[in-house]
Design a protein around this ligand. Structure first.
Ligand code: EPU
Length: 335
């Protein structure tokens, strides 16, 4: 069923809590619905959104916002070790993760309590605590917005990288994600490399998917704001990857600086860099950084998209000045 609203408030659809409207808001709940919509968009400006947890609206959206309400979780194949689980793009991400953990399936537990929806997990390649969605995605079923044709992208075709996929590159804006299929495990293959996740699980009674989920939920609650209470889009910036020589130079000046090996160089912590520049003590009238994680830019109340971008530019400039490192937003800025 297609639901169409006009002059529609986007306040409940962006976790930053930016008070803007869309000229049209269209919600679809099946592949057939997408096919019906696809042929009719013409030249009208449009944007597909998920849970709105990674968006920053700069102004009212003078076009069509498309939102998936496709639900359903189904096991489509199974063997002794693993199973393929197909989920509708409009399912709340954490409800999906909770369901898989309750079934005793393993793989997504480290990705607990991330705001957003299943469709965006594939676009954004969400990641946390040593796991990325792309590590477990088997395939992504899409419908073309230009002609309504279906296409299945295999994991390789999705070209997942840190907070990146083909849906943010050459296929950007061309498709709607209808379903994502995950390969989950039946036998323990847990990732416990982040922080003291292992010790947290042991304190909870042992390493298993349910305890990893509990530990991750506790860690996130302690470090990240609850979007229901404080407007934000989670990490505002991506962690920068620099050449090894740059990391070495910085490490000799700042021995306590966290560094992590990464494809293409050394990953630094944008949160640490921002924190070192003193941003936890600074704010504008409407925008600040979160007291427990400087990577998270927060809406202190009534912020506009322009307020947020202006504040973020100051952060970028100060990190560049102090460390000579450029940091870039992870958040999708919608002009
Ligand atoms: N740090 C500080 N001060 C701060 C924030 C961080 O010194 O204000 C230091 C921490 O002590 C730690 C390091 O920086 O040594 C890294 O911090 P943290 O472990 O919190 O992780 P992060 O790199 O800042 C990334 C993801 C998060 C994800 C965590 C855990 C990105 C952009 N962010 O943050 O993802 O939850 O790792 O895996 O990669 C998100 O994308 O919205 C998100 C929250």
């Amino acid at each position: 069923m297609i639901k169409h609203h006009t002059d529609y408030s986007l306040l409940p659809h962006n976790t930053f809590g930016i008070d803007v409207k869309a000229a049209h808001f269209v919600e679809f709940s099946s592949v057939e619905d997408i096919k019906n919509i696809a042929g009719k968009l013409g030249d009208t400006r449009h944007l597909v959104i998920g849970g709105g947890s990674n968006l920053l609206f700069m102004s009212d959206f003078d076009g069509i916002i498309l939102h998936s309400a496709i639900k359903g979780i189904e096991v489509v194949a199974e063997d002794d070790d693993s199973l393929l689980v197909r989920a509708g793009s409009g399912i709340n991400w954490d409800e999906f993760v909770a369901y898989t953990v309750e079934q005793g399936w393993q793989g997504l537990e480290n990705l607990s309590a991330i705001p957003g929806e299943v469709g965006a997990s594939a676009v954004q390649n969400v990641g946390a605590y040593g796991v990325e969605a792309g590590d477990l995605i088997q395939s992504v079923e899409c419908v073309s917005l230009s002609d309504g044709s279906g296409r299945v992208f295999t994991k390789e075709e999705c070209r997942f990288a840190y907070r990146h996929s083909i849906f943010k590159a050459e296929e950007k804006g061309k498709h709607i994600v209808a379903y994502v299929t995950y390969r989950l495990n039946k036998k323990g293959k847990f990732v416990l490399t982040y922080g003291n996740l292992k010790e947290q699980c042991e304190a909870l009674g042992g390493v298993n998917a349910a305890n990893i989920r509990r530990a991750v939920c506790e860690t996130r609650a302690a470090k990240l704001p609850d979007p229901a209470e404080i407007g934000s889009a989670g990490s505002f910036f991506m962690n920068p990857v620099v050449e090894a020589s740059v990391a070495e130079r910085l490490k000799s000046d700042y021995p306590s600086m966290p560094t992590y090996p990464a494809p293409g160089g050394i990953k630094l912590s944008a949160g640490w860099l921002i924190d070192q520049c003193g941003w936890k003590q600074r704010s504008s009238e409407t925008v600040g950084v979160y007291s427990k994680q400087a990577l998270v830019v927060v809406n202190l109340g009534g912020a506009t998209g322009k307020d947020v971008i202006e504040f973020a530019r100051q952060i970028q400039a100060s990190v560049k000045e102090k460390f000579g490192v450029e940091i870039f937003p992870e958040v999708n800025v919608i002009e």
